[in-house]
Ligand binder design. Sequence first.
Ligand code: ARG
Length: 837
Amino acid sequence: MDTQCEENNQTSGDVDASQQDAASIADVSVEVATVDHTLRKLCRKLRKTRRKPKGLKRLLAYLVNILHLAIFVAVVFVVLVVIIWLLLWIFIIHRESNTATYFAGMFRVAHVEFIPEYRQAESHEFVSMANKIQHVVTNVYRMSSVARLYKQAVISDLSNNNKGGVLVHFWMVFVVPRLKRPAMCDECIGAIFRDSIHTSLKNRSSVGYLLGLAVDIDSILINSVQRSDFTLSVTGSQCVDKLYANLPGARVPINVFSSWGGVNCLVKLTAVPGSLIRLTVTSFHIEPSDCVNDALIVYDALLPMRGRILHRLCEPVSSSFSIVSTSNVMLLSFRMTNGNKSFRGHFEAIAEEICVSQIETHLEPDITGQIYSPFYPSMLPPQCTCTWKFKTPKSTLGVALHFQNYVLKPKDIKGCDSGWWKVNEIIFCGSYVGHRTVFRIAGHSPEVEFRCSSRNSVQPFQASYSSYNISQPCSESHFLCNTGLCVEKSRRCDGLDDCQDESDEVLCSRPTKNCGGNRPLHPLFVCNGETDCHDGSDEVNCTQETTCSAISYRCRSDYCILKKNAKCDDVPDCLDQSDEADCVCGRPSPLKRMGLPPGTQRIVGGVNSGEGEWPWQVSLHFTGSLYCGASVLSSDWLISAAHCFSKERLSDPRFWSAHLGMLTQGSAKYVAEIQRIVVHEYYNAYTFDYDIALLQLKRSWPPSLSPLIQPVCLPPSSHTVTESHRCWVTGWGYRSENDKALPSVLQKAEVSLMSQSDCKKSYGPISPRMLCAGVPSGERDACRGDSGGPLSCQAPGGGRWFLIGIVSWGAGCGRPNLPGVYTRVNKFTSWIYSHIS
Ligand code: ARG
């Protein structure tokens, strides 16, 4: 600006000198003169301004400079941010939302004959066949609605197949943006393949043609799999082994050790065509963790397909057992963490069983023989059939099948997944139970058909058979139970479940104390620890050795005494004193208790508990929030309800934590992670029967936390709860059916035990493994969130507390005449000890 003004000064000087000339050409120069004039004015003005104080001018210039700098910095910053964001989007966000999804699949190619070269993936024959199949698969998906997501197919195995032709095992990779993930369901990807064959199916056969490849549409199975499964098998891992059983009956040993750095291996088994594979597990030494760390998963295929799991082995095995496949291939997927873990076993090719037999029963009602499930004693595969054609010597005689732990019930709308039976054209479903049953067929030449109907391998069964008199199934002196068993008539209404379904205990009047009468005293009153007869005759000779039965207490040395509640009553009753061993349980120490605030009705009709009042009470949190209750059994075992863990994610111990020694939520003395969850093998999600589970802690609670944490006593199976026991239900569950918020302080409510027959009046079918408790008005009860928690009863006279029930179910909460239903713990004493000791 300054320079310009200097120039303008000079210019204006020149203009002055030539002013006269300019005047003569006035018209033309008017404008020029005017511009010059204006310029001069401007410069004068500027000079005036320059004369203004210097500070302000500098400030202005300074500010202008700062502004420029700021604009420059801001622009650079914005550009940088945009670049970084773009890079992030390209390399992370975009990649993340576009993830690879893996599928494993199999199908049978009918018209290709298997040749031994197909076993070698490097052979020319394999490569050319695989290329052909790959081309077909690629073509199917490139023409489909997911064409843009399809990346590649890899043919992994070609095996010979019992149905003829070649069984193809393959992988597929799709790259899927997050929004499109729902389109990638197993069914959808399978349906694309099936649909493309559908149009070419001819003559009602299941084989259709895909670019000249004859594919059996019924054999197609496609499952999504984990990326790790794909990488383990495909990307050149060293730990994929192939074993062959080329001769029927010849055993091929399989031994796997994890001594060096853990194992993650696949072992592919193939047997001669036309045969099946029997895998025998001799021993499996692992640390039980619900298959989180160590596992063996056995597949009924050559790839790890979820729909083809035969068996998941998460627990150590010490006595051998066998699993049978449904075709001539099997895959073993081992995962063993570092340590002294090992697997020992073998496999062999076995013939498919033709299970049809004619059986003639004998005249007498004694057991005359046995029938076995197919492949017995191996586990039952998902597919099998068996037919037994019985014939009794007389038309008045029927066939009785005596099962050890299995029951047949008419098929209803519920699933039939532990065996499908057809007996004289009527369909029955089998299920496993913890007791004996007799299935009676009132016909003298019945045909009994059995079919496997489970998704995985299940326990085998065996049954003894005999004839029975159709018009009088049990002898004169016996009573016919609904379980088909015959029990002595004298056992009816004796308070004991002799029939195993309590059918001998229905329509019974309340037991009376017929002391000194000519009939024997009702067994409930004998040696129950309370004087029921004036002369005390019901409580004499209670510790003498007696025959072992449901009403006697079994000492460790296996002799029995009549005293029912001998355990942990502080009196040694057994000769070996085993009844008083392991009795650090059920005795809360007398701590200063919070007074019960009057009128604070909590749980359903409960009140706040005091600190240390229920030291066995546990709050079980699933992914961080209260989900169920539990009770402490020992330093590393808890007991709870099976239904708390029955769905997929719920059965994973990693999502659970146990809060011990807690009164108010958030103030636990010890928070434990869960190592494994043992759900009862007969738990039935429809009926809630066998609703019991055990939880092993990762780390034991420290003994220094006792008495605020302490086990509850486990009742022996003979344990009886008398009128003078006091029973309380405790938990942090809802305080009413429609409650929205959970209480923070542990609630307790006193409830009374109900007779089984009274409970059946409310609910109908109640299994012998269930126990009802409440109050007639319903105002005291457990509710949602209390499940799995304890129903604790105190032995009379300030004795110890026993775990009598586990909160299981109920219709709503606190409704009149609809009591709470609990798992009857003393039915599970030996099951519990078999796991925790
Ligand atoms: N099943 C419930 C739970 O998950 C417990 C229900 C108990 N109901 C009752 N009325 N006692 O927490």
